[in-house]
Write a protein that binds this ligand. Structure first.
Ligand code: ZN
Length: 324
């Protein structure tokens, strides 16, 4: 049985605070004299988001934000991640740092330092919140564009797609695309195939976070396969949030069968449990993916990332060696 933590992979769909260690959450809350925010037992997407936001409240200064980033990179290294692209919504920290760009610069600086120390390549996705006015998304995209040569590699759109479609955010994505950033909106999780199509048509998506409900429209599946758009799939998240009933019902094998490029990711391990290597294991044990399938997905995760070509080449060779 091959060790899945030894399989080199890129982690493309992971929210920075959602990757906080549970022990760190407990420790930081205790230091502040707060009760530990609950991170389990959410009943629906809204309750999940409320828990996510509550967990962020322990990050009330630069030292703590840096610790979070450092530990996320350490945990990535332990999972065999050679390139990580965490997503981050900066306006949440205005009361702490005052300025979104400063907040993002702290995250970039620590990603770079920890990544160098641990041999993990890093790039940041600046994310907009779709439940907030689109003008704020344009501001975030403008900051992201200005930091494109400092480690920002993509622009995302997160939160509840069921009431906030991607079209109003097209101008923000245009700013990001013009700066050469990857377009990586969330879609096809809480809504079906048309929402995935909107990510492609309105946001120029290079990848779609989740995107799995594209499977409901065979024509769209063909289109995203032809365009080489990668779906950044998070199996446990989809079960925990009721997108699929059981892991065995997950459409990942069907999407692979149809030739769609997919990556495997953890989304928010703090709230859902498994890390990225666990998700690969789950796909092997419960979805019947072979090691050859998993190796191909690991190669795609690198190819769909913003990692430099030499990093990709080196690790694709290591993936071949893992499989041999
Ligand atoms: Zn996500």
């Amino acid at each position: 049985m091959r060790d899945l933590t030894a399989l080199p992979k890129a982690h493309l769909h992971i929210h920075l605070e959602g990757a906080m260690r549970p022990t760190t959450l407990v420790e930081l809350a205790a230091e502040s004299g707060l009760e530990t925010p609950a991170v389990r037992g959410f009943s629906d997407f809204r309750a999940f988001v409320e828990m996510y936001v509550a967990a962020c409240s322990v990050l009330d200064g630069e030292r703590r934000l840096r610790r979070l980033v450092r530990e996320v990179v350490e945990d990535a290294a332990a999972d065999g991640v050679v390139w990580i692209e965490p997503a981050f919504y900066a306006p949440r920290y205005r009361s702490v740092f005052g300025d979104d760009r400063l907040t993002i610069e702290v995250v970039l600086d620590e990603l770079d330092a920890s990544g160098r120390r641990l041999g993990v390549g890093t790039g940041l996705i600046v994310a907009a919140d779709r439940t907030v006015e689109p003008a704020e998304a344009v501001e975030q995209a403008t900051i992201a564009a200005a930091l494109a040569d400092r480690g920002v590699i993509g622009f995302g759109l997160a939160n509840d797609e069921s009431r906030w479609p991607p079209e109003p955010f097209a101008p923000a994505f245009k700013v990001a695309l013009d700066a050469g950033l990857l377009s990586v909106p969330h879609g096809g999780e809480l809504l079906g195939a048309p929402s995935v199509a909107a990510c492609v048509d309105a946001c120029g998506a290079h990848r779609v976070m989740h995107g799995i409900r594209a499977v409901e429209d065979p024509e769209l599946v063909r289109r995203i396969a032809d365009l080489g758009i990668c779906l950044d799939v998070c199996p446990t998240s989809n079960v925990e949030l009721g997108v699929v009933e059981r892991i065995e019902d997950h459409p990942l094998p069907q999407l692979l069968e149809a030739g769609v490029m997919c990556s495997i990711n953890a989304d928010d391990p703090l709230l859902f449990g498994p890390g990225v290597a666990d998700e690969y294991r789950l796909c092997r044990d419960r979805l019947g993916l072979t090691d050859s399938d998993l190796a191909r997905i690991a190669v795609w995760s690198l190819e769909a990332s913003a990692a430099p070509a030499d990093l990709i080449d080196r690790h694709v060779a290591a993936i071949d060696a893992w499989l041999a």
